[in-house]
Design a protein around this ligand. Structure first.
Ligand SMILES: NC(=O)c1ccc[n+]([C@@H]2O[C@H](COP(=O)([O-])OP(=O)(O)OC[C@H]3O[C@@H](n4cnc5c(N)ncnc54)[C@H](O)[C@@H]3O)[C@@H](O)[C@H]2O)c1
Length: 318
């Protein structure tokens, strides 16, 4: 149930042992896991790769076709990508897509079974855990090229400034903003060692627009992610590290479903502002993350990369 998941996640955060690194053994996401969209996609891609491997032929740098004439582009071939929040939603969809584009993916989450060649269970708001997970990624896979700092929460206790407790404010700031600071602080040195790389920090369209259906700490945390990303993009530009903030509009993931399950009227109130008349799918945001992770975006830096179905461009909607 959606509300149970919120409270479970809350307990997990509140009761975690301080400064404890919880690193799961390497996990290949091939079998024995519950059916979930991201994992199924990865499994299908792995099967497809096995089916077609003997028949593929090169047709340009990092490109090949299969006997079934499916084009697989390998846009992340040779890269090691660390994706946080990879057990669900945007993170899992991105980890699957990155793997299908040739990356070796380290999936990180508070929960078990992140999508990735290496699946690590860690709290990204904990400094020791964060430093440890990049060390482990480097030890196991040799390098780190892409950081997708995507884990985040949006609990219902975070609402109007008049109703939000200091505790709720701080919990959201800790998970959404401190974690991005820590992942950049401990991840970027590995990118510099590799000669450069790409950092994608998940912000949100609410970093750019005010909402009367307020989640004051969430909005402030995403504004912080946006400003932090811009500054890092400028600081590291001449050392080969690009940093961008990804700003999705509302996406149909457990995070949003949890929030709207409490109040369907709130869901309807938001949907009316989306020109396309629907929320995004996690896979659509993953495509944007792929672009920012790959060398296709080699001159995209320090931006607010908005993928919102036109929300920020709209005055009235159809
Ligand atoms: N869903 C939306 O509408 C939407 C819109 C804009 C931005 N975002 C942002 O996108 C990102 C991903 O959101 P989603 O919609 O996929 O949510 P989700 O709840 O489906 O996934 C978030 C993942 O982060 C993990 N996580 C939470 N706290 C963690 C911690 N301390 N350490 C490690 N992992 C942790 C969760 O376990 C979960 O698997 C978030 O930063 C969110 O704020 C979401």
């Amino acid at each position: 149930m959606a509300s149970t998941r919120t409270s479970e996640r809350g307990r997990a955060l509140d009761e975690r042992a301080p400064l404890r690194v919880r690193l799961a053994p390497p996990l290949r996401v091939t079998s024995g896991l519950k059916a979930r969209p991201g994992r199924d996609a990865l499994r299908n891609l792995e099967r497809r790769a096995q089916d077609t491997r003997p028949h593929r032929r090169q047709c340009g740098p990092n490109r090949f076709t299969t006997r079934r004439d499916q084009v697989v582009s390998g846009r992340l071939a040779g890269k090691v990508c660390v994706v946080t929040g990879a057990a669900g939603g945007i993170g899992a969809a991105s980890a699957s897509l990155f793997a299908s584009e040739g990356a070796r993916v380290v999936g990180v989450d508070l929960l078990e079974h992140s999508v990735g060649q290496l699946s690590l269970q860690a709290d990204v708001a904990n400094e020791q855990s964060v430093a440890g997970l990049y060390r482990r990624a480097r030890e196991e896979l040799g390098r780190v090229d892409v950081l997708f700092n995507n884990a985040g929460i949006s609990p219902p206790e975070d609402a109007s400034v008049l109703d939000t407790s200091l505790e709720a404010w701080e919990r959201v700031q800790t998970v959404n903003l401190r974690s991005v600071f820590l992942c950049c602080k401990h991840g970027i040195p590995h990118l510099l060692d590799a000669g450069g790389g790409s950092v994608i920090n998940t912000a949100s369209f609410v970093a750019l627009l005010g909402a009367a259906t307020s989640q004051i700490s969430y909005t402030a945390s995403k504004g912080g992610v946006l400003a932090l990303s811009r500054e890092l993009g400028v600081e590291f530009a001449r050392r080969g590290v690009r940093v961008n903030a990804l700003c999705p509009g509302p996406v149909d993931t457990p995070l949003l479903r949890e929030l709207f399950a409490q109040d369907p009227a709130q869901s309807a109130r938001r949907l009316v502002h989306v020109p396309m008349g629907r929320f995004a799918r996690a896979e659509e945001i993953a495509q944007a993350a792929l672009f920012l992770a790959s060398d296709d975006s080699s001159y995209v830096n320090a931006t607010a990369f908005v993928v919102d179905g036109g929300i920020t461009g709209a005055y009235t909607t159809p």
